[in-house]
Design a binder for this molecule. Structure first.
Ligand SMILES: Cc1cc2nc3c(=O)[nH]c(=O)nc-3n(C[C@H](O)[C@H](O)[C@H](O)COP(=O)(O)OP(=O)(O)OC[C@H]3O[C@@H](n4cnc5c(N)ncnc54)[C@H](O)[C@@H]3O)c2cc1C
Length: 433
């Protein structure tokens, strides 16, 4: 075994050593996770933290994942997801690197109607927290340091094959090494290889939209307010980030028509900022661009099954949704919290970790919740991303009406906070042991 360096995003220097970077010919674990992204990495931390012998495999060296140029997005982490991340020891590493969302303002084009959510209407806690993905990835890397021999990271390595027997599942890496486990989880993202190998189909479509992502600096503070401004091309979101080096910052998710996005992305910096300024509307004062611009093609996809024998799907491998409501990763965190509960319970009871009742429960539990959110985000995007007059009038009237019905607003806020529904115990603030 050799060690690998994970780059500290604060200094871009190789300072955080990974626990173990496996180079053994073959490995054996209780659970094998394919994908060390935000979902797979979090699952690895959660399971290893409960003493489950875990192997996580990724084709990308974790040291590359924390660099600012790797992933420029920031994620809205719902309150329930933050509770879960705290319970598994990850959130401590995000302290000081997140911004509480205290209010959300939703507006539509030039309409005078808007929807305003204020956390004070539902309690003392924020509606959610904005955290840059590089900070979440660095938190995963830091947490992995404390997990000792419960966790092995195999990277860079690509899983190319899979076979199952009555007792275990074996993954074959592209260099011929094998990883054998009682249970495997594909957290491989949208193009999941194991999903295809298991013969699990996906339903879905692409949206004629691209998300342009950038971090901006601004002269005036954001006051913890997240703005979602609906424009004909799609939602334009301005999401509060913590100040850095004395600069007020926000994360932009600018949804644009696919055919226009490349032109905007290629603009010189001044012209790009002028386009942003025109959409922001001046309330943040003078703007500056911090770091590179990123683009993400958008689409919806949904796996036909979440389990196939000893293989389970989690995160974007199971469901990829429109970022309009900032819920994709939150659904992934709920998958991880549910899986952790089911696997830890099985281990305590001395059961096979892939016992059929457990895998069936996971699939039933998470599929229905994820399907509802996929549907809601799809409808919202279709309803708001256009300039069709009757639709515009109807939705603006809807915003105005909902804004006046406080009980309804409270229900919607609790959904955004992720505190309603059939939540895994770790998201309800309970422990598993
Ligand atoms: C613009 C935008 C903004 C968003 N904002 C939010 C938000 O505010 N809140 C929110 O909740 N969600 C948000 N999301 C959604 C969220 O980013 C995704 O749901 C989440 O990143 C998915 O993580 P994942 O770990 O499932 O997949 P991925 O990030 O795709 O990770 C998959 C990992 O698996 C590895 N891998 C794949 N195949 C193999 C293989 N065969 N062998 C080895 N390794 C493999 C890859 O290298 C990768 O590291 C947003 C999405 C977009 C596009």
């Amino acid at each position: 075994m050799s060690r690998c360096d994970i780059i500290d995003p604060m200094t871009d220097s190789p300072t955080i050593p990974s626990p173990v970077l496996g180079k053994n010919p073959d490995f054996r674990a209780e659970v094998a996770i394919v994908g060390a992204g935000l979902v797979g990495g979090t699952l690895a931390c959660a399971l290893a933290g409960y003493g489950i012998k875990t192997i996580v495999i990724d084709r990308i060296n974790p040291s590359a994942m924390v660099l600012p140029a790797f992933d420029g997005r920031a994620s809205a982490v719902a309150l329930s997801a933050r509770r879960f991340l705290t319970a598994i020891g990850l959130w401590d590493h995000v302290t000081g690197h997140n911004e509480p969302i205290r209010e959300i303002r939703v507006s539509d084009g030039q309409s005078p109607f808007f929807l305003h959510y204020d956390h004070a209407d539902v309690g003392n806690e924020p509606l959610g927290f904005m955290a840059e993905n590089r900070r979440l990835r660095a938190a995963i890397a830091a947490r992995m340091q404390g997990l000792g021999s419960s966790l092995i990271i195999v990277a860079p390595a690509t899983v190319a094959g899979m076979s199952q027997s009555a007792d275990d599942i074996t993954l074959t890496l592209d260099d011929g090494r094998k990883v054998t486990a009682s249970l495997a989880v594909s957290a491989e993202g949208r193009d999941a290889k194991l999903r295809t190998l298991a013969g699990i189909g996906v339903t879905g479509w692409t949206y004629p939209q691209v998300a342009i992502v950038a971090t901006i600096g601004h002269a005036r503070p954001h006051d913890g307010i997240a703005h979602e401004h609906f424009l004909p091309a799609g939602p334009f979101a301005i999401l509060p980030l913590p100040d850095e080096d004395g600069v007020h910052r926000s994360s932009l998710v600018w949804t644009e028509r696919a055919e226009a996005a490349a032109g905007y992305l290629a603009l010189p910096e001044d012209a790009f900022l002028a386009e942003i300024d025109a959409r922001v509307g001046g309330f943040l004062g003078a703007l500056s661009l911090i770091g590179p611009r990123f683009s993400h093609p958008l689409g919806l996809q949904f796996a036909a099954q979440y389990s196939a024998g000893r293989l389970l799907l989690a995160g974007d491998a199971a469901h990829g949704i429109h970022p309009i409501a900032g819920q994709g990763l939150n659904l992934g965190f709920r998958d991880v919290a549910a899986l952790t509960e089911i696997i830890v319970d099985a281990k305590q009871l001395g059961l096979d970790l892939a016992h059929p009742e457990g895998t069936a429960r996971y699939a039933r539990w998470r599929r229905s919740d994820n399907l509802v959110m996929a549907g809601v985000t799809d409808v919202l995007n279709r309803l708001f991303s256009n300039d069709i007059t009757p639709l515009r009038l109807a939705r603006d009237a809807g915003l105005g009406v909902v804004n006046r019905i406080t009980p309804l607003k409270k229900v919607l806020m609790r959904h955004a906070m992720g505190t309603v529904g059939d939540l895994p115990r770790l998201m309800r603030g309970e422990n598993l042991r």
